[in-house]
Ligand binder design. Sequence first.
Ligand code: UDP
Length: 417
Amino acid sequence: MGEGGGSVPIPRVVHLDDYTEAIGHAEVDELRVLAGRLAGRTVKMVNSTSVGGGVAEILNRMVPLLQELGVPTRWDVITGGNDFFEITKAFHNALHGAPYEPRPELLELFLAVNEMNRERMEFSEDFIVIHDPQPVALARQRQLQGSERRQGWVWRCHIDLSHPNQVVWSFLEPWVNRYDAAIFSSPRFSRQLPMPQYLFYPAIDPISEKNRELEPAYIQSVLDRFGIDARRPIATQISRFDRLKDPMGVLQAYRMVKKYTDCQLVLAGGGAADDPEGGQVLAEVREAAGNDPDVHLLELPPWSALEINALQRASTILVQKSLREGFGLTVAEALWKKKPVVAGAVGGIPTQVIHKHTGMLVHSVEGCAYQIRYLLSNPAAAARLGENGREHVRQNFLITSNMKRYLVLFLLLSQHP
Ligand code: UDP
């Protein structure tokens, strides 16, 4: 835990022209024009893990793209011990509404770890974008620098803050209030704050290993490796093993479906370096699954983008039965691959899954089982959802739209820092 902090090497070179197939020349040119207006201004992104989870996924794609656009961008990851990440995970759950009474020494530890990271980092860039609550107190740097440095500080909150635990929120709020702007993933996630707030949908990269087209032979080789039968229906949930992703509920829904309709269940996911609960949740699901040969619990290492892509493409249905959710990037990944999606009506999922148009929204285990059965027995309806889903992602949730919003925000901040 906490290893791998510091500056993340820029993952790999990408070429802007590779996006023209997905979004067209005009949109690509627009990105170039906007980036050109920034005239070499620099950006720093800070979050708490370089692997696992949606934020790392987005940064992994966005940072090289910003570089390619001529916007020098650095990505730093904060370090901390297990105790720090246990606190931040508890904060995360509490901000999603769970009860939590942090002891004062835990809050002090949170601030001390932020301070240690602040001292270790340099903040020389023009725009500093801090992702989520874990590093929020780095904003102390602002106060120390005073007003001699014209910088834009942005808090990018990926989680739903609409009903936070009040103790945790009142601790974090004064830190959030130090930023010049805040970004949320849905209008429903935000709170009353003194600075301007912006809506940025998270986004997927259509040419990344996670989302690009794959050869059928490769997909088959991944199924063979995991012992999954390509000739029978497959329902899959790709997620960290996290209670709020409800893997147990997915297992129960599968059991209800299986009484009437043949299918296999794949629950695939690894841990995230900032999520200490994963191992325990996986063990609980493993025990509940027993020795059903049609349940495949796959523990994936962080470098499994191609395997996840293959599993998504091989699946008949993709499930994301979250009980709480930030945006739910796995849903956009599934829709882009034209897959019928059955997903919990929480967080950013209803923005992506328009019920009966781009997928099926569910509110219970029974509802989840019902929709899986319905889609397994109505392949034409399932295919139609998939087609609509891809178009919905193309229009709203591609990384290029996300980049455009960032570039415009940086331009705004450079006018009114
Ligand atoms: N993911 C991954 N490996 C895993 C589990 C998930 O690469 O073992 C990816 C998944 O494909 C998606 C992201 O991590 O891109 C998860 O983002 P999401 O918003 O769905 O959930 P989060 O984990 O951020 O709560």
